[in-house]
Design a protein around this ligand. Structure first.
Ligand SMILES: Nc1ncnc2c1ncn2[C@@H]1O[C@H](COP(=O)(O)OP(=O)(O)OP(=O)(O)O)[C@@H](O)[C@H]1O
Length: 553
């Protein structure tokens, strides 16, 4: 009987005794041995053992002669397997579609590092075709020098995801991330590589850097334009020498070293300091200016360094921070540095070397982060020779020197400066003064011992005092009473010594002319208010000037 049953090969036959023990299985039934335990349990649960179940193939059971016969129909199982295969195929197609449409290169290898799939983007990025790679072990590609290193092999070795920069012999550089894929038992079965084109990324990065550079340039130019349009900020530089000074100042603003600005009084040293600070990375922190020549020697030390409580009579009980501390993270401008007394020069040198200060009467060093810019109209090298200035301090301060020449040595700046100051006055007072050519020549021929400050002063005064919109040389002579020599200069140039000997200081002449005008107006008009209106100045300004020139109504 068993022999007979064994020959049945289209249906599974399983024979059990009433206790559920297996007595016989044919070859088809054996394929389902994995499910036997569940099948037998289900069959035994039916009192008459008669049932039709699906486990996973369809089964029918009935009892016969104290035995239970279980018939297993494999047809349904085949249908199910076919369906599963189809859906797996669909899934694989979809997955391939996703992989192949990716812009990133994707390469899949098996657990030994043999490439089993690569998408078209990988070839586009690297120049390596599927023909070159599929079926090849990455070890071989590495040994042949096609790639300099393999992320897959590294991931297999380290048993974790890795990212490397890989160079390919086609000239590409790529960023490869290799991720191991594991089965249900945790074994690595595949490695998926994601490949990105660094050559392209590098180009993009370079483009971004270029754009950032352009952005900064535009920003700087805008700042400069803003400054040019702001009369308080605009620095006029028309002569070649001043263009160099301006260029140097802008470059120096990007470096954090010491700067020594040298030049006679009124040439614009302080303006350069403002400019350097405004363009430096310290611009959002304080710029503190101190004129070393204007503060009594006894006070200068405590002003600069501060003092601890009770360090001298009259000092604040709590002590006080000095200007170095106040300027922390910013810039400190030491004007007239040549006037700094020798003992303080030693202390200043320490600040420059150690970047810390000690308050007067204190012992605790306080760190300070400051940039020091110094200026002087004196010849410091001469002062060093005569022992009035320390040589070591000179070299510390003078890391980058900026020299601003006198106005007479850069006459190309005179006319632009005149227009600059004139525009400012015209704008401020709603007037429209201009200078005639002969007046402008007179300005050019003058030596301007007080430099730009003197020029500014004269332009503003004459423009305000003149009653005519156009100020010619006669008006200038009339207004200032100093122009005999200038006129002489224009029409018949004289030697400089002759001019010098005849000329009174311009400021004195201006003052006496201003006093004369005020006196005339005061005598002519019945009240100070009316005189002030006629002169187009505030009543309070007129009163102040009357006091200055000792004029009474
Ligand atoms: N190139 C310039 N463009 C516009 N204004 C200027 C220029 N140079 C100087 N000035 C003006 O001249 C005046 C004097 O300039 P500044 O105070 O900077 O000179 P300084 O050399 O520091 O003088 P001092 O040595 O007496 O302190 C200021 O009102 C300033 O605005």
């Amino acid at each position: 009987m068993e022999k007979l049953l064994s020959k049945i090969n289209i249906i599974g036959v399983l024979i059990l005794n009433k206790q559920g023990d297996i007595l016989f299985t044919n070859s088809i039934a054996k394929k389902y041995s994995y499910y036997f335990e569940n099948m037998i349990e289900a069959v035994m649960n039916h009192a008459d053992f008669f049932c039709t179940l699906k486990y996973p193939a369809e089964i029918s059971a009935f009892s016969q002669d104290n035995q239970i016969v279980v018939l297993i129909n494999p047809t349904n199982e085949l249908v199910r397997l076919k369906k599963e295969k189809e859906s797996l195929q669909n899934l694989q197609n979809e997955l391939n579609g996703v992989i192949n449409s990716s812009f990133d290169g994707i390469v899949i290898s098996d657990h030994e590092g043999i490439i089993i799939h690569q998408n078209p983007a990988y070839e586009q990025i690297t120049g390596l075709s599927a023909k070159d790679c599929i079926g090849r072990n990455l070890k071989e590609l590495e040994e042949e020098g096609v790639i300099d290193a393999s992320a897959t092999l590294k991931a297999l070795e380290e048993k974790k995801a890795v990212t490397i920069i890989q160079k390919i012999n086609t000239g590409s550089t790529v960023l490869v991330s290799a991720v191991p894929i594991r089965n249900t038992f945790g074994e690595i079965v595949k490695v998926v590589n994601n490949v990105r084109d660094l050559t392209h990324l590098n180009t993009l990065e370079a483009e971004i850097q270029q754009l950032e550079k352009q952005n900064k340039q535009i920003h700087d130019e805008l700042e400069l334009l803003k400054e040019q349009n702001d009369p308080k900020l605009s620095f006029i530089a028309n002569s070649d020498i001043m263009k160099d000074v301006l260029d140097r100042a802008l470059r120096v603003s990007q470096i954090d070293s010491g700067v020594l600005i040298q030049g006679p009084s009124g040439v614009g040293k302080e303006m350069i300091v403002d400019l350097v600070h405004r363009h430096s990375f310290r611009k959002d922190n304080p710029l503190i200016k101190i004129n070393c020549g204007a503060i009594p020697e006894s006070l200068l030390e405590s002003e600069l360094f501060g003092y601890e409580s009770g360090s001298f009579t009259g000092a604040n009980q709590k002590g006080k921070a000095g200007l170095f501390e106040a300027a922390n993270r910013g810039t400190i401008f030491l004007d007239e540095i040549g006037e700094m007394p020798l003992p303080l020069q030693v202390k200043l040198l320490r600040v420059l070397q150690e970047r810390e200060i000690t308050r007067v009467g204190g012992t605790r060093p306080i760190p300070v982060d400051i940039r020091i810019i110094a200026a002087t109209h004196r010849d410091l090298t001469e002062m060093i020779k005569s022992g009035k200035f320390r040589e070591d301090l000179y070299y510390r301060l003078n890391v980058i020197p900026i020299k601003i020449p006198s106005l007479k040595d850069r006459k190309d700046d005179i006319i632009p400066l005149i227009y600059h100051f004139l525009n400012r006055i015209n704008h401020k007072y709603g007037i429209n003064r201009k200078f005639s050519n002969d007046a402008l020549h007179a300005f050019i021929n003058y030596d301007w011992p007080g430099n730009v400050r003197e020029l500014q002063n004269i332009v503003e005064r004459v423009a305000l005092m003149s009653l005519n919109p156009e100020i010619d040389i006669h008006e200038l002579q009339k207004e200032l009473q100093f122009t005999d020599d200038i006129k002489f200069n224009i029409k018949a140039p004289q030697t400089e010594s002759a001019i010098d000997s005849k000329m009174e200081p311009l400021k004195d002449q201006l003052d006496s002319f201003e006093a004369k005008l005020i006196r005339e107006a005061i005598n002519h008009f019945p009240s100070i208010r009316k005189a002030a209106t006629a002169l187009k100045v505030d009543q309070s300004t007129l009163v102040r000037k009357m006091q200055k020139y000792k004029i009474e109504k």
